[in-house]
Design a protein around this ligand. Structure first.
Ligand SMILES: Nc1ncnc2c1ncn2[C@@H]1O[C@H](COP(=O)(O)OP(=O)(O)OP(=O)(O)O)[C@@H](O)[C@H]1O
Length: 252
C-alpha cells in the first residue's frame, strides 16, 4: 500500500479578516503527482504555500489546523523551517534563477547547508541537472550565467536547484504557465520521471496538463476543497456538480 507522506487536516488560513481557506482535509501519497485545480482565487497557491510555511512571512496571516510531513508537525514551535524547506522544496511560476552561474545556482542550497567539498558539490550538481533533464544542454557551460538561458531551461535549472538538496516533496506553483508549449511539455516529462523519487504537488490552470501528469487531482472552489480523487475519477466521474462544471468549462 502507498505510504502517506503528508496529511493536512482542517487547514484554515486568513489574510487579516479574510478567510482564504475554510478547513482543508487532504492527504498525499509518496511518489505520486497531485494536481491542485480550481478557478482563479480559490486558494490553490495559498494552500500550497502552507505546506512549506511560505505564508509565514506575510503580515496578518493566521493559520490553524494540522499539517504533518511524515511525523513532523509542520507548524510546531520546534520545527526548523529551513530544514523543513530542504525537505519540501518549491518551484515558482516565473523561473527565478539567481543572477549567478548555472553551477552556483544548483549548488546554492548545499553551500548554505555548509557543504564545501568540491567533488561532492560537482556530483550533486550533475545528478540534479540530470534529474531535471537539462544536463546535456548545459554540461559544457556550467559557468555561464543562468539568466542567459531560455525560460524553459531556467525553469529546469530551478527544478535542479530544488532537487540538489534532496527533498522528499516538491511543490510547484503553475510551473509551466510562463513557458511556451514545447518547454511546458519538457517540464511535464521531467515531472513524470521525477515522481519515481519524489512526491510532487503542482498547482495548474491547465486541465490537459493535470490529466496528462497527475495521479490524483484536488478541486478547490472559493477556499473549500470540493473533492479529491484519482485524476481519472475527477475528470470522468466527478461526484460534485461544481467539479463537473469546472472540468467542462462552464465556469472558471
Ligand atoms: N498576500 C495576500 N494578502 C491578502 N489576500 C491574499 C493574499 N494572497 C492571496 N490572497 C487572496 O486569497 C484568495 C486565494 O488566493 P490564491 O492566490 O491562493 O488563489 P489561487 O487559487 O492560487 O489563484 P490563481 O489561480 O489566480 O493563482 C484570493 O481571494 C486572493 O485575493
Amino acid at each position: 500500500m502507498a505510504k502517506q507522506i503528508l496529511t493536512t487536516k482542517n487547514v484554515r488560513l486568513s489574510y487579516g479578516d479574510f478567510e482564504a481557506l475554510h478547513g482543508i482535509d487532504l492527504a498525499f501519497d509518496e511518489n505520486e503527482i497531485t494536481a491542485l485545480i480550481g478557478p482563479s482565487g480559490c486558494g490553490k497557491s495559498t494552500y500550497l504555500r502552507c505546506i512549506n510555511r511560505m505564508n509565514d512571512q506575510i503580515d496578518g496571516v493566521k493559520i490553524s489546523g494540522e499539517l504533518k510531513f511524515n511525523d513532523t508537525d509542520i507548524y510546531a514551535e520546534q520545527t526548523d523551517v529551513v530544514e523543513l524547506r530542504k525537505q519540501i522544496g518549491m518551484v515558482f511560476q516565473q523561473p527565478n534563477p539567481f543572477p549567478m552561474s548555472i553551477y552556483d545556482n544548483v549548488v546554492f542550497g548545499l553551500r548554505i547547508a555548509g557543504v564545501r567539498d568540491k567533488s561532492m558539490l560537482d556530483e550533486a550538481a550533475q545528478a540534479a541537472l540530470k534529474q531535471a533533464a537539462i544536463w546535456d544542454e548545459v554540461k559544457n557551460k556550467l559557468d555561464q550565467n543562468a539568466l542567459a538561458l531560455s525560460g524553459g531551461q531556467q525553469q529546469r535549472i530551478c527544478i535542479a536547484r530544488a532537487l540538489a538538496v534532496s527533498p522528499n516533496i516538491i511543490l510547484l506553483d503553475e510551473p509551466t504557465s510562463a513557458l511556451d508549449p514545447h518547454s511546458s511539455r519538457q517540464i511535464e516529462t521531467t515531472l513524470l520521471q521525477l515522481k519515481e523519487h519524489y512526491t510532487i504537488i503542482t498547482v495548474t490552470h491547465n486541465l490537459q496538463q493535470a490529466s496528462r501528469i497527475a495521479d490524483r487531482t484536488a478541486f478547490f472552489l472559493q477556499g473549500d476543497l470540493i473533492e479529491a480523487g484519482t485524476t481519472k475519477q475527477i475528470f470522468m466521474n466527478p461526484e460534485h456538480q461544481e467539479t463537473s462544471d469546472f472540468i467542462t468549462g462552464i465556469f472558471g
